[in-house]
Design a protein around this ligand. Structure first.
Ligand code: GLC
Length: 737
């Protein structure tokens, strides 16, 4: 035993982190040799396709994005390592958002799984495939909280809730970065867009945001803080200006919060051209001032707009930017390059067999897709039984291999997509006859000429499965919508199919919550799959026939009407909360005397409740929550209270339920949300089986930034719920002293 103690003692320094100290020494030694121009070169990122060779050789380029050819990566890397004066390797970046070749559900879909293992595995597969071609760094995960279906980029995010986004975003960081950044299956994560980008006014991408300090802290920054604590190597600043200050020039965000409070030691990259964007915002008069403000604010690396390489040498000479500031930025960049192992092993091994679409990758993608599908309605038609002999498969998304992959797919190969049509034919073709008619050619197609053929197919089938939704390009960057119901002739298609009178299953593949009240009314069952990725069709086929039981939960509120947005579950109580018994527009008598009517916060023509609440999702089974109890009714600061509930599978299918824990702080030094998600757990139960589910809640979990902008759990009364969605009714109370 003694011998092992000696070995352990000797290796302790290494175990405890001698490596970082060694890196710091190497960074300082290298920095001491670098000229000012070489330092600034490290802060300059260009996109592949520009003329790069000479700039790399001159030490003027530190990073390249959008190159995926390993041989070309090695060629450019050899110039940096062998021909530049100091041989500093390049860091290669790429948007690998939800898969490189094997495509996983879009992040909002992964969020519906409420499963950090799915999020981590998706990122790990993406990292392994990306690193295998020489990509060291992905611009993901996106942690922008969004409460507005008009905003097309919510597709890339993890929904409206900061706790869910924190848990899943941290899991993605772990998945991308693995055990060690230098592993050949790891890439550096880049949490983005810092910060508040998802609050774009009107849901219009790139628009101004007006997030006040408390909301910024208590909602929008939370997922970034969690991801930094999970070890995220880099961050990306956002395009928006918040309250007049663009993120790429925001010292409060980049220094006060990120460095001084969170002790972040990686580096920060701008978004595409967002340093020049400081001029467009009217925050700077010209590119030189933009370079000055961005560098001094703490932005380490500039993506493609060349303001740094053009103006920083003069700004340093004019003492408008100190060389110490430059050194800090370069130190941060070199630190990540060392951690990635690029100095020891700058090249990608092109002799290794390809890992693209490995069986385990495809299996992971199918599992993720299966868990990201949300069952919104089922009158019993699902799962399809063996009485079903003929299925009419219709709709523009039933066989859409490109669009099924969703937004931000640069490298995914649509020929590898398993669509619902392909899956039903391959996996269930012996069991059922499939009649396929698109009815509407693509999601925006206004032509109804194909609908009669779809109706005819429906007339000769036992059940109709209509796969509708959005083409991939209708969500993602710069793709906001003012009206977000089914486009083109899709609504007409569903209405005509309904008239046929056969059981109708509607599957929606979309990048956002669509307003689907009409289609929901027409459907006997509805599955919401977001854009489910390469294996989405296989997952959906298995769900239709009951091999997989749906377990997804909505990561965003689904409004009933467009005009209700923004609508989200964790809103404040307001002074006149909606009660639910208010007079609606048609209840108002003629010549009604002036009154405040319901005297509450709602729409006369749309109420104040959503179509589906955050966290909602059905199963082929049913679940019952009972006997919610706490191990203590009074909590002291620093203590933990444990909530336990009995959960029973009261249905006929083995199934998985996502049990959710919500808390309300009844009073605070500032008004508090009516409820906040503070825990969730996927629980699998056989039919009839029950179990105890416990959640431990520490007083730190109750802390928020109060009136004094200090984070604390304030004494007072709390309510706590556990249930299957944010409308959970099982309630207990406790006091915090
Ligand atoms: C884009 C996006 C950002 C992306 C970057 C590089 O404009 O806003 O999310 O990572 O440019 O492609």
């Amino acid at each position: 035993m003694k011998k092992y103690c000696l070995i352990l003692a000797a290796s302790l320094p290494l175990l405890l982190g001698a490596q970082p100290q060694q890196d710091e020494q190497k960074i300082n030694d290298l920095l001491a040799k670098m000229t000012l121009e070489e330092k600034i070169g490290q802060m300059n990122q260009l996109s592949y396709g520009d003329k790069l060779d000479d700039g790399i050789k001159a030490g003027q380029i530190g990073s390249i994005l959008n190159i995926v050819d390993p041989a070309e990566v090695n060629r450019l890397q050899a110039i940096a390592v062998k021909e530049s004066r100091l041989g500093i390797p390049l860091i290669i970046g790429r948007d690998v958002i939800h898969g490189f070749k094997t495509i996983f559900p879009i992040p909002i879909g992964q969020a519906a799984s409420f499963n950090p293992e799915v999020a981590e595995e998706s990122a790990a597969v993406a990292a392994a495939e990306a690193r295998s071609v020489g990509i060291h760094w992905t611009f993901a995960p996106m942690l922008d909280i969004s409460r507005d279906p008009r905003w097309g980029r919510l597709a890339e995010g993890l929904g409206e809730d900061p706790y869910l986004a924190s848990v899943l975003g941290s899991a993605m960081v772990r998945g991308f970065q693995g055990k060690n950044l230098s592993d050949s299956t790891s890439v550096a994560a880049c949490i983005k867009h810092f910060a508040g980008y998802g609050a774009a006014e009107g849901g219009r991408d790139y628009n101004s945001t007006n997030i006040p300090p408390h909301l910024m802290r208590n909602v929008y920054l939370e997922p970034f803080k969690a991801a930094v604590e999970a070890g995220a190597a880099t961050l990306m600043t956002s395009f928006n200006e918040n309250d007049g200050i663009p993120s790429s020039g925001n010292t409060f965000l980049l220094k006060t919060v990120l460095r001084n409070e969170w002790k972040f030691d990686g580096f920060v990259v701008s978004d595409w051209g967002s340093v020049n964007g400081l001029v467009t915002h009217g925050f700077c008069a010209d590119q030189k001032e933009a370079a000055m403000k961005a560098t001094n604010a703490g932005l380490d690396m500039e993506m493609v707009s060349r303001a740094y390489i053009r103006h920083l040498p003069d700004l340093v000479k004019e003492r408008k930017v100190s060389e110490q500031t430059i050194d800090e930025a370069v130190r941060n960049i070199l630190r990540i390059k060392f951690r990635l192992g690029l100095f020891d092993n700058p090249y990608v091994d092109v002799s290794k067999p390809s890992v693209f679409y490995a069986d385990k990758h495809l299996q992971a993608a199918q599992k993720a897709a299966g868990q990201s599908v949300v069952l919104l309605k089922n009158n019993g038609i699902l799962p399809l039984g063996n009485m079903v002999k003929t299925v009419a498969l219709v709709g523009p998304m039933a066989d859409a291999p490109h669009d099924q992959l969703g937004t931000w797919i640069f490298d995914g190969d649509k020929t590898r997509t398993i669509t619902p049509l392909a899956a039903l034919q391959q996996q269930y073709g012996k069991q059922v006859k499939i009649i396929h008619e698109k009815g509407v050619a693509y999601s925006r197609d206004k032509s109804a000429s194909g609908i009669p053929a779809a109706v005819k197919a429906a007339q000769s089938a036992d059940v109709v499965v209509a796969v509708v939704g959005e083409e991939a390009i209708l969500s993602g960057e710069a793709h906001s919508l003012a009206e977000w119901e089914l486009k083109g002739a899709q609504k007409q298609l569903i209405a005509e199919l309904k008239k046929v009178g056969k059981p109708l299953v509607v599957i929606v593949m979309a990048g956002r919550p669509l307003t689907i009240q009409q289609e929901l009314n027409a459907a006997d069952a509805m599955l919401y799959s977001f854009h489910p990725g390469t294996m989405g069709g296989s997952a959906l086929a298995d769900i239709l026939f009951g091999k997989v039981v749906p377990s997804g939960k909505l990561p965003m509120t689904f409004p009933r009407e467009n005009g209700q947005v923004p609508m989200y579950y964790n809103h404040n109580h307001t002074s006149h909360a909606f009660r639910g018994n208010e007079k609606m527009i048609d209840d108002i008598p003629l010549e009604a005397v002036q009154t405040s009517l319901g005297n509450s916060s709602y729409y006369l023509d749309a109420g104040a409740s959503p179509l589906f609440p955050f966290g909602f999702g059905l199963s082929y089974s049913t679940f019952e929550y009972s006997d919610l109890r706490l191990d203590k009714a009074t909590l002291k600061q620093g203590e933990t209270v444990t909530a336990t509930v009995t959960l029973k599978n009261t249905g006929k299918h083995e199934a998985t339920e996502v049990a959710q824990l919500y808390v309300r702080d009844l009073t605070g030094s500032i008004a508090r949300p009516v409820k906040e998600l503070k825990g969730f757990r996927r629980v699998s139960l056989k039919a009839g089986e029950s179990t105890e589910v416990s959640f431990a809640l520490h007083t730190d979990d109750l802390a928020f930034y109060g009136i004094d902008m200090k984070k604390a759990a304030e004494p007072g009364a709390f309510k706590l719920w556990v249930g299957g969605d944010s409308n959970a009714k099982l309630e207990v109370e406790f006091d915090l002293q």
